[in-house]
Design a protein around this ligand. Structure first.
Ligand SMILES: *Cc1c(COP(=O)(O)O)cnc(C)c1O
Length: 452
């Protein structure tokens, strides 16, 4: 069977919350000013109540509202494919499967949470949502979701991406959003950055700071986050739940689950329903590999400590792997993987050795993306090309071991909006810069001091 399809009626009825199943309770967020544990009231200016409740919920299963499921039906369930041609090209006995989230209208997994967040905000009377976007995928997803709930969407887009990806901006505007390059002159934080660094390429951290400032200073507005935090990871678990059912239909269970990690949401969404089986002791042997860029190696070279989620230091402080909130990664084409931190629950799993992380540079990843396109057809977004590199390594390991290992991969986005990156790769113009340790050391020297 080439692809495994589910019926619409098999869209999961609940999201899976991993928090109660983690080996230890996650450390509470801290207030950016006092460094004391953060309470729900601290989050009220920027998030609706329902989202705040989900952020700290310890319920294992949270019901998906009908209005959200109804919109999910536009593209869900997503297909699970057997990458049999890739297996042949890689000359491996491994069985390679990929769960394809590129079929959503925005071309990635991000609408899974954008629709849920737009719904909960609309329920509480919010008229306007602000957000940041790196590669443009999150901004497009929220713009798309806003159309269903009459919510005006304002997007602060990292300037380098704004310049490199004009069609992402047009896509957001087509769905009715307003897009500003960040740092912008619309917020006091943006103006301060521009004064200090007039040609700043921007970063996700800076854009987050601008979007939060905008929402917190207006009564009609809230802020929406596309990754990292618990409620976003929660909404993404429709991916893994579907994949589990689809694997069951072909009588397989993955030996290794692989995905790319920017803030952790697509990979958590795919992997947590399988991680649940590892944590419960039902499937202790399953391995999990998080793939990240060598230019922004949060899990492999960051330190595990409390840090600000944003560059301005106005948002919550979280315990996670971090390169430091002032770390500005070199411009790479996998714009969605340029965040300085990662989801706290995912970091905890890495810290506890339950999940492994690997970092790759962009040329070796694009080589895999092109190989994939030439045998499987779909053009991966630059982000999941990192997962494809890890798949190639695991396929080789299976060959050496002579074992038909089962590999499950998250193909979280389509690359049609990233053709300038493919163009640069094919012309041999992509650079792999070494990330000097001193840049990490400098940035992590500026972490907040959090009392024990
Ligand atoms: C946003 C994005 C990412 C990175 O975000 P995660 O939260 O780590 O998933 C990766 N791939 C694609 C296609 C994206 O749009």
């Amino acid at each position: 069977m080439k692809k495994v399809m589910l019926d619409e009626s098999e869209i999961p009825s609940h999201w899976y919350n991993i928090l109660p199943d983690l080996p230890e309770p996650p450390a509470p967020y801290r207030h950016p000013g006092t460094m004391e544990p953060l309470g729900p009231a601290d989050l009220a200016p920027i998030f609706p109540q329902a989202i705040i409740a989900q952020e700290v919920s310890t319920e294992r299963w949270i019901e998906i509202p009908d209005q959200v499921a109804e919109i999910y039906r536009i593209w869900r369930p997503t297909p699970l494919y057997r990458a049999d041609r890739l297996e042949k090209v890689l000359d491996t006995p491994a069985h390679i499967y990929y769960k394809f989230e590129g079929v959503s209208p925005a071309g990635s997994h991000k609408p899974n949470t954008a629709v849920a967040q737009a719904y909960y905000n609309a329920q509480e009377g919010v008229k306007r949502l602000t957000t940041e976007t790196g590669a443009g995928q999150w901004g497009s997803a929220l713009a798309f979701a806003g159309t269903f709930f009459d919510i005006e969407v304002t997007v602060y887009m990292v300037r380098i991406s704004y310049d490199q990806k004009p069609y992402r901006r047009a896509l957001m505007e087509t769905w009715g959003a307003t897009v500003f390059p960040s740092p912008s002159d619309r917020t006091s934080f943006g103006r301060a950055v521009r004064e200090k660094t007039p040609d700043s390429p921007g970063s996700l951290g800076i854009a987050i700071s601008e979007a939060v400032e905008d929402a917190a200073t207006r009564d009609d507005s809230k802020y929406a986050l596309g990754s990292v935090v618990n409620h976003v990871l929660l909404h993404q678990t429709v991916i893994g739940q579907e994949a589990k059912k689809q694997m069951e239909m072909v009588g397989e269970y993955p030996d290794v689950v692989i995905g790319c990690v920017g803030g952790g949401s697509n990979y958590a969404g795919l992997s947590y329903p399988f991680m649940a089986d590892k944590l419960s002791g039902e499937r202790p042997q399953t391995r999990f590999i998080a793939a990240e860029p060598a230019a922004c190696p949060t899990l492999t070279r960051g330190i595990y400590a409390y840090d600000f989620g944003d560059t301005a230091g106005v948002g919550p402080v979280a315990l996670m792997h971090t390169l430091g909130h002032n770390f500005v990664p070199d411009p790479i084409h996998a714009g969605g993987l340029r965040y300085h931190g990662d989801a706290p629950s995912l970091c905890l799993l890495v810290k506890r050795g339950l999940m492994e992380a690997r970092a790759y540079s962009q040329n070796e990843c694009f080589a895999e993306a092109v190989r994939f396109a030439r045998c499987e057809g779909f053009l991966p977004a630059p982000e999941p090309s990192h997962a494809l590199k890890a798949v190639a390594e695991e396929a080789a390991a299976a060959r050496e071991a002579g074992e038909p290992r089962v590999i499950l991969l998250g193909l979280c986005g389509i690359g049609h909006f990233d053709m300038s990156a493919y163009d640069a790769y094919l012309a041999g113009k992509l650079e792999d810069l070494d990330l000097d340790q001193s840049r990490i050391d400098e940035a992590v020297a500026e972490l907040p001091k959090v009392p024990a």
